[in-house]
Design a protein around this ligand. Structure first.
Ligand SMILES: *Cc1c(COP(=O)(O)O)cnc(C)c1O
Length: 413
């Protein structure tokens, strides 16, 4: 029995229990056909997911990290190249860049959307790079050619793509979307005069189906999307040991294929993704209403008019983040920090020789961000309690300490 006093950060059990019959059917079918890797279940899911993203092709792979690595390689990123991205993302973004043989370099984020700031990208391309006699764009930092930019659609909200695409065009570099948190997110392109789906905007895009994502497998999975058949064909070869035909290897590739069972499970869940995203948007609007009178102490998510976010996470900011997190924990409410340490300050990237102060917006918000419980099945009562406890803490951290003690006693009794 789950304790009603506990509000989890994420509930992965309810949606699977609700779909248990259809999900186990996938497993039974796989046992009877013994088609475990690739095959028709994978192809059907690829078609359905491409349609969902308004992209012409989707290639299913074993993780979001592989999707991004293969997308970069298939688009032509070469060992020794520089790929520009943001320091405020999950490390898989830069791992994929490094695994493609390239070097990650960073530009800071926008303080309101937490995504790549096109002005910072412009500044990087104009001031921190030069075009060499052969026409290549060379980074001053590393002396290496810059060939791609990876905007991340963080927390389920698209990055501001029009100016990023414009700049990339002007400097002859290509754009790969990290859409690993943004299944179904939409961006209004002023230039095209229409809404575009995440995964259909850049030259290619990467999605993750890690269990906690808006669309999650029951294990590891991912997909790359693109409108370019040739790029899709290259990604297919990369995921399957470099072979176009069994035992005819064009290149040395990887084992990055998707299990048929995971594809089947994803196909079942994909039918619900639209509704789940709608519920997430409702939950976000409800939080916004509940927090409407929290004065200046709480910064709510900002959704620009050109964005329809799918709220993979609902992230607020406050000065006493640690205090608020501890208070919520003590009252049985789960939270998270996405992410506490900017990538340029991680030990793993000390060799890049970035310093504290290099990306002030990202460094500042990393101290303040807090992700509140967010999942489609979150109830109005649960949200009301999250809001009540948060507002109580923000009004009076001292009183809330006493109340927490009382409440914990109540939880125990
Ligand atoms: C989850 C995630 C990834 C990686 O996906 P995996 O499936 O875990 O490999 C990449 N980028 C971002 C922004 C993510 O959130």
């Amino acid at each position: 029995m789950s304790n009603p006093a506990i509000i989890p950060f994420l509930d992965l059990i309810t949606p699977h229990v609700e779909l248990e019959h259809a999900l186990t059917e996938v497993f039974h079918n796989a046992l009877r056909s013994a088609g475990f890797v690739g095959g028709p279940m994978v192809e059907e899911f690829e078609k359905a997911f491409a349609t969902f993203c308004d992209a012409s092709c989707a290639v299913a792979v074993s993780s979001g990290t592989d999707a991004l690595r293969f997308a970069l390689m298939a688009c032509g990123v070469k060992p020794g190249d520089v790929v520009v991205t943001v320091p405020h993302t999950f490390i898989a973004t830069t791992e994929a860049i490094s695994q493609a043989g390239a070097l990650p370099e960073f530009v800071d984020i926008d303080e309101r959307t937490y995504n790549m700031d096109p002005e910072k990208l412009r500044n990087y391309l104009e001031k921190q790079c030069t075009i060499d006699p052969s026409g290549r764009l060379i980074s001053h930092r590393s002396g290496r050619p810059v060939t791609a930019v990876v905007p991340v659609h963080l927390y389920g909200q698209a990055a501001n793509m029009d100016p990023i695409l414009d700049l990339a065009d002007r400097y002859g570099i290509f754009v790969i979307e990290d859409a690993c948190q943004a299944h179904g997110a939409e961006y209004f392109s002023q230039k095209q005069g229409r809404w575009l789906k995440a995964g259909s905007i850049g030259k290619a895009a990467a999605f993750s189906f890690y269990p906690g994502k808006n669309l999650g497998a029951c294990g590891e999975a991912g997909a790359a999307t693109t409108n370019d058949q040739q790029i899709a064909a290259r990604i297919k070869i990369l995921r399957d040991h470099g072979q176009e035909k069994k035992y005819y290897h064009n290149i040395e590739g990887y084992n990055g294929r998707l299990d048929a069972i995971q594809a089947g499970l994803l196909q079942v869940k994909l039918a619900h993704l639209g509704d789940w995203n709608t519920l997430r948007r409702k939950r976000a609007a409800d939080y916004n209403r509940l927090f409407a009178n929290s004065d200046q102490s709480l910064t709510l998510p900002h959704e620009p008019s050109w964005s329809r976010a799918v709220y993979h996470l609902y992230v607020v900011r406050t000065d006493d983040r640690e205090g608020m997190m501890a208070h919520l924990k003590n009252t049985g409410i789960g939270t998270g920090i996405h992410y506490p340490i900017p990538l340029h300050l991680q030990k793993a990237y000390s060799s890049l020789e970035y310093r504290c102060g290099d990306f002030p917006v990202c460094e500042k918000i990393a101290q303040q961000i807090l992700s509140l419980p967010m999942f489609p099945q979150l109830t109005a009562e649960q949200q009301a309690r999250v809001a009540e406890e948060s507002l109580w803490f923000l009004k009076d951290p001292i009183i809330s300490q006493k109340r927490t003690t009382d409440h914990s006693t109540a939880l125990l009794s």
